[in-house]
Ligand binder design. Structure first.
Ligand code: SAM
Length: 354
């Protein structure tokens, strides 16, 4: 049985075509390649990257410097073009700010620049850690472990490390806890002598470009009143309010009573109001923000059954449906990820139509 990658559901040759014509979706094809569905390696290996603080089940504040660099770079290019004199950027689900530091570094090529990033996360714990201002970078399983290496062959990594070193300075280990203790014990034992961890802070001259506050994206109009921003991020977090699971996490605890479309619609309606015309909505590349397990509110015609996992998914991801409704947003960047369905095309940067 052939399984269609999410992006293929939107192509002219796919079985989704008829339904697409009936919907208000207008999305173009991101780069994607069909590969066998057995390639679900990505989700069977836990991808703990700079795991910060365990807040509750399925609610990790994991993050990493330069996580999904391609998306940040694509968004930065458009932002510089559309808002050359600067603009506010709202980073929701910011965790402790590694994402904001990364976007800022890419936007300004590591120099001091004009873009301010207001960071919000609904977890008080992670905002406390952010405001203490100490960051960890470690090797082994972390995506940003390359920042610890002295010699880097890869040109892109060399560039990112140069940005990072310009903005960040090494500091001694603080007395407060940053990473999940059990996880850190586990990986340091796994990598034994090769395990390295370093601590950093943002250099003083860059500090004022970031603000960290507790905030839920559902309260965006109260947190940022009477203004509009050039970009809003909500990356690798949609799966939390929707209780979405990856296909290979499917189990008896799956919550099919939550109307995912309704939860997502509320968020996207508010994001739309708070963005300037031409402003960007920036998503992450975690499968769980793009491939959504079906809930009991969907009709059969709106779901696609995936036999390998004995699970059904939304044919049209609720986030894409909400963004594309009434042509409010268009896609401006797409990429391919490895997920439970194989190589899958997703859209991570959306632009509010002018
Ligand atoms: C997996 S982390 C993602 C961190 C970062 N965006 C990244 O991609 O590296 C998810 C974060 O979303 C936060 N979060 C979940 N729901 C939220 C909401 N409704 N508003 C703001 N933050 C939320 C959690 O507290 C957690 O820190």
């Amino acid at each position: 049985m052939k399984i269609l990658p999410v992006a293929n559901l939107y192509t002219p040759n796919s079985g989704f075509k008829r339904r697409r014509e009936n919907s208000s979706l207008s999305v173009k094809q991101p780069p994607t390649a069909a590969i066998p569905a057995e390639n679900y390696r990505a989700n069977f290996l836990p991808s703990f990257t700079s795991l910060k603080f365990k807040e509750g089940e399925n609610n990790y504040c994991d993050t990493s410097f330069f996580r999904d660099y391609e998306t940040l770079e694509a968004a930065a290019k458009i932002l510089k073009r559309n808002f050359p004199h600067g603009t506010d950027i709202l980073d929701f689900a910011s965790s402790n700010g590694e994402e904001a530091v990364s976007l800022y570094a890419i936007l300004n090529s590591g120099q001091k620049g004009k873009y301010k990033i207001l960071c919000f996360d609904k977890s008080q714990n992670i905002i406390d850690i952010a405001n203490k201002g100490v960051y960890t970078v470690y090797n082994g399983v972390s995506e940003d472990g390359f920042l610890l290496m002295d010699e880097l062959k890869d040109k892109r990594n060399r560039k990112l490390k140069a940005y990072f070193d310009k903005m960040m300075e090494e500091v001694p280990a603080p007395s407060h806890k940053i990473n999940d203790e059990h996880f850190m014990n586990f990986i340091s034992q796994m990598f034994e002598y090769e395990f390295k961890i370093k601590h950093y802070k943002i250099r003083d001259e860059y500090k004022d470009n970031f603000k960290f506050n507790v905030g839920d994206i559902n309260d965006i109009e109260k947190l940022y009143p009477e203004k509009q921003a050039g970009a809003i991020l909500f990356r690798n977090a949609f799966y939390i309010p929707t209780h979405n699971l990856a296909l290979n996490e499917y189990n008896m605890n799956v919550r099919d009573d939550i109307n995912k479309q309704e939860v997502v619609d509320k968020i996207i309606d508010k994001v739309y109001e708070k963005l300037l015309p031409g402003g960007l909505f920036i998503m992450g590349d975690n499968e769980k923000d793009h491939v959504f397990l079906a809930d009991e509110n969907l009709t059969e015609a709106e779901t696609l059954f995936i036999p390998l996992y004995c699970a059904s998914i939304y044919i049209c991801p609720p986030v894409y449906r909400a963004l594309a409704r009434d042509k409010r947003f268009k896609t401006v960047y797409g990429k391919t990820i490895d997920c439970a369905m194989g190589k899958t095309g997703i859209f991570t940067v959306w632009q509010k139509n002018k």
